[in-house]
Design a protein around this ligand. Sequence first.
Ligand SMILES: Cc1cc2nc3c(=O)[nH]c(=O)nc-3n(C[C@H](O)[C@H](O)[C@H](O)COP(=O)(O)O)c2cc1C
Length: 166
Amino acid sequence: MAFRRLMGRWPTGVSVVTTREGERDYGLTVNAFLSVSLTPPTILVSLGHEADSAEPLRRAGRFAVNVLAHDQRAVSERFARAVPPEEKFRGLPVHRGRSGLALLDGAIATLEATVAKAVEAGDHTLFLGTVDRLDLGADSTPLLFLRGQYAEASGPELLRLPKSRP
Ligand SMILES: Cc1cc2nc3c(=O)[nH]c(=O)nc-3n(C[C@H](O)[C@H](O)[C@H](O)COP(=O)(O)O)c2cc1C
């Protein structure tokens, strides 16, 4: 499809969005993630109606975004599979956020958010979340997604990373 192919030219990072309903963790790989507002800090994730995690997230009213590091491609693949949620988390090192949400070890950034609004848009639901807590996580480079494929930075010259600020 031309639209999908064209949008594949827009490079993104890769995240795993987690939520928790009762004692059950859910998670899926998401690249439709963006920051919306600074005051209050607000983020957005777009989940397809087909995603099994979408309704638990709506009911739980909270979610976490785990920004994956370049060496977490297998984690991305694991959370993009259509398997029961407990299988996605089996054997995976996680720690718990303040609200009990599963935060993935090794992620380069994690944000915990409370759903402020859910907006239906075609075959997706846009979940706007007010950020409750953030953590910079591991100091590493991100996993990238471009033209339907994973990409990794192979060095500062290729990615032209800005110098880190103190
Ligand atoms: C790189 C990548 C990015 C993805 N981004 C999204 C996304 O933004 N929104 C979405 O709903 N699904 C996205 N998916 C697909 C879901 O991860 C996949 O359908 C997953 O199996 C859904 O899990 P669930 O049904 O257990 O919720 C993406 C998959 C990959 C590999």
